[in-house]
Structure formats: structure tokens, C-alpha cells
Design a protein around this ligand. Structure first.
Ligand SMILES: [Zn+2]
Length: 76
């Protein structure tokens, strides 16, 4: 009987954990993979030379673009 109660306790704890995680903001789970600080190096757009954060940049090979428009403009 003790094992069953333990199992129930663990199941409810897991459910609670999932519930809490769902309602919590994602900021804690979204850690930078490289462990860098707040200052991430900016990428320069090949077409218009605008500095943009790498996660929003569109990368094609060695070139980075600030927007789809710049990427298309560079192809032409
Ligand atoms: Zn651009």
C-alpha cells in the first residue's frame, strides 16, 4: 500500500510540475546555448549594412540579411 501511495504522490507532483511550467514565463528555460551574457554580437546586413541580432537575421551561406527584402535584393 505504501508503494501505491508513493506512486500517486509522484504522479501528482509531476502533474503539478508540468502545470507550473506551463504557466511560468519561458525566460528561465530559454537560456543561451553558448552561455554568453546579455551582449550578443550583432550581425551586419550584407545588403543595407544594418546591424541586427543573429537570431533575427536571415542567413544564406556566408551572407546575413536583416529582412527577406534585403535577401531578395541581393540576389538580383
Ligand atoms: Zn538589410
Amino acid at each position: 500500500m505504501f508503494l501505491l501511495r508513493l506512486l500517486l504522490l509522484m504522479a501528482s507532483a509531476y502533474l503539478l510540475y508540468r502545470l507550473v511550467r506551463r504557466f511560468l514565463p519561458r525566460s528561465s528555460s530559454q537560456e543561451l546555448p553558448r552561455g554568453g551574457g546579455a551582449s550578443t554580437p550583432l550581425v551586419r546586413c550584407t545588403q543595407c549594412a544594418t546591424l541586427i541580432p543573429p537570431e533575427t537575421a536571415i542567413t544564406r551561406g556566408e551572407h546575413s540579411f536583416c529582412s527577406e527584402n534585403c535577401r531578395i535584393a541581393s540576389v538580383r
